[in-house]
Write a protein that binds this ligand. Structure first.
Ligand SMILES: [Fe+2]
Length: 132
C-alpha cells in the first residue's frame, strides 16, 4: 500500500491545504511501509505525529471554511471530530500492547478510507465551493 499524491486524485485547489494533505499522505505511507515492524516505538511515533498533524490541519481547514462561509461547514467539522475520536480509540488500543499488528492494519484501512472518502470527496467539495 502506497499512495502517490497526484493533483487529479487529491487536489482541492487550495495550495496550503494540498501541501498539508501531501504530508498526511506521506505519514500514511510511512505507517504502511512499517506495518510489519516489531518496533513499537517507531509505530507509536508515527501515530503520534499523525495525530498532532491532523489536529493542526483540521484547525487550518476549518478556519478556511469558516472564512468562506462554507455551507457544509457543520457536517464537515463533524467528520473531523469523528476522525479524531477514531484516532483516540486507535491510540488506546495500541497502548494495550496486545495485538499491535491488528491495530495497525485497522488503522491503515481507516486511513485509506479517509483518503478516498474524505479528502477525495469532502475536501475537494470545499475547494470547488471556494472557486465558484
Ligand atoms: Fe477535511
Amino acid at each position: 500500500m502506497h499512495f502517490d499524491w497526484d493533483p487529479d486524485t487529491f487536489a482541492t485547489g487550495i495550495t496550503a491545504m494540498d501541501d498539508e494533505h501531501k504530508v498526511l499522505v506521506g505519514l500514511i505511507n510511512a505507517l504502511a511501509k512499517n506495518r510489519g515492524t516489531e518496533n513499537r516505538d517507531l509505530l507509536e511515533s508515527i501515530l503520534k505525529t499523525l495525530e498532532t498533524y491532523v489536529k493542526n490541519h483540521f484547525v487550518h481547514e476549518e478556519r478556511i471554511m469558516r472564512r468562506m462561509n462554507y455551507d457544509k461547514f457543520q457536517a464537515h467539522v463533524a467528520q473531523h471530530q469523528s476522525f479524531i475520536r477514531m484516532l483516540k480509540q486507535i491510540e488506546s488500543e495500541f497502548q494495550k500492547q496486545t495485538n499491535t499488528k491488528a491495530v495497525i492494519e485497522t488503522t491503515l484501512s481507516f486511513l485509506k478510507e479517509w483518503l478516498s472518502q474524505h479528502i477525495m470527496v469532502q475536501d475537494k467539495a470545499y475547494g470547488r465551493f471556494l472557486v465558484e
